[in-house]
Design a protein around this ligand. Structure first.
Ligand code: ATP
Length: 366
């Protein structure tokens, strides 16, 4: 019989060689990925990269064409969804409209034949856990979007699942509620120690909440790493340009295995491709921009982000660059003003030149 007070503990979740095609569309193309016990793993990637399909395969709503899903070493690939130990929260509020919050949360417990008094006590406990102790009698239409998602979370946790699956649970909410719920989901997830797989297309959400972020591209894993590592040491150009804002600037080989960008020789992170034209990937915070009447760059726009101001500049040969300037130093960088731009002396990722406009900024002849 169910134990209403037991705490869920983290399971080890493994995707091995998952493949799933829908007609000619390959949604998962040999996905290998592990969620460690108790961690919050975010699946991040552009639209159509296979995030939701991966989550649905884990939930049992979708069968892979090849590969396995293991939970704590047990192959559950063929186990039907209703016999998998997973709680799920979706983007759209999926509460039963004719049930109040308490009965929504207790629904699964009722299906499992838990006595009424016990399941009501358990539902009250869960509503308290998600910060809605007074809302048990409310129906979905009497609650805000954020409150409904809290109830959905309580419902997902009611059966003490070994894995919590979240499919863009915050994307229908307004910005303020989203930020609050991010923190609350994270706090809850940490306190319960429940392994959580979180699908999002919002990189800020992934980076701010997750222990590790898995970046997917065309059904494959590009990189899975803690947020700071993903940002500081992207394993591929795709990750470099997908996560955060990135400048792509023309470069050429310099002495001592270094690379020259805008007249400055920089150390290299991860080697220099053989032959052909080269470009480097540099974050806006690693580009300085200073107002200078003799400068060759021109300020296009400046966006205030609180402590930093992101300045967009035209470069002499065409092309643009983003520079993050401490806001207290950015006052003179007004549109039309001349400026000098220089890369900070930090290791850069060197890639073959594409000559095309990709990512969030494009380079020009230095
Ligand atoms: P988004 O962020 O837009 O939700 P996603 O990364 O979650 O995208 P998936 O929903 O997993 O991507 O879809 C991956 C690919 O598989 C897409 O090209 C999608 O159109 C396709 N696809 C997914 N489900 C089906 C289906 N049931 N029938 C046909 N094609 C599908």
């Amino acid at each position: 019989s169910p134990t209403p007070t037991a705490t869920a503990t983290g399971a080890l979740v493994e995707f091995r060689g998952l493949r799933r095609a829908f007609g000619p569309t390959v949604a998962l193309d040999g996905l290998d990925l592990t969620a460690r016990p108790g961690e919050l793993l975010a699946l991040l990637g552009p639209s159509g990269c296979g995030k939701t399909t991966a989550l649905r395969v884990l939930a049992g709503f979708e069968q892979p064409d090849a590969g396995e899903v293991l939970v704590d070493g047990e192959d559950i690939t063929r186990v039907p969804a209703n016999r998998r130990d997973a709680g799920m929260v979706f983007q759209s509020y999926s509460l039963f409209p004719h049930l109040n919050a308490r009965d929504n949360v207790a629904f699964g417990l009722r299906v499992r034949k838990m006595p009424a008094a016990e399941r009501h006590a358990r539902a009250a406990e869960l509503l308290e856990l998600v910060g809605l102790p007074e809302h048990g009698g409310r129906f979905p239409h009497q609650m805000s979007g954020g409150q409904q998602q809290r109830v959905a979370l309580a419902r997902a946790l009611a059966l003490e699942p070994r894995v919590l699956l979240l499919d863009e649970p915050l994307s229908a909410l307004d910005a303020k509620v989203r930020l609050t719920l991010r923190e609350e989901i994270r706090r809850l997830q940490l306190s319960l120690g429940i392994t959580t797989v979180f699908v999002t297309h919002d990189q800020e959400e992934a980076l701010s909440m997750a222990d590790r972020v898995a970046v997917l591209n065309a059904g494959r894993l590009e990189q899975c790493a803690p947020p700071a590592e993903l940002y500081e040491r992207p394993a591929t150009p795709f990750v470099a340009e997908f996560v955060g804002t990135m400048n792509r600037l023309p470069a050429r080989r310099a002495d001592g295995g270094r690379i020259e960008v805008a007249g400055v020789a920089l150390p290299v992170d991860g080697g220099i491709p053989e032959g052909g034209d080269l470009e480097v990937l540099i974050r806006p915070e690693n580009i300085t921009a200073t107002a200078d009447p003799e400068g060759t760059a021109t300020v296009v726009s400046a966006s205030f982000f609180g402590s930093v101001t992101r300045v967009l500049l035209d470069l002499p040969g065409g092309g643009t660059v983003h520079s993050d300037v401490p806001s207290r130093d950015a006052g003179a960088l007004l549109p039309g003003v001349r400026a000098t731009v220089a890369p900070a002396h930090r290791p850069v990722l060197v890639v073959p030149a594409t000559g095309t406009t990709t990512g969030t900024a494009t380079g020009a002849a230095a």
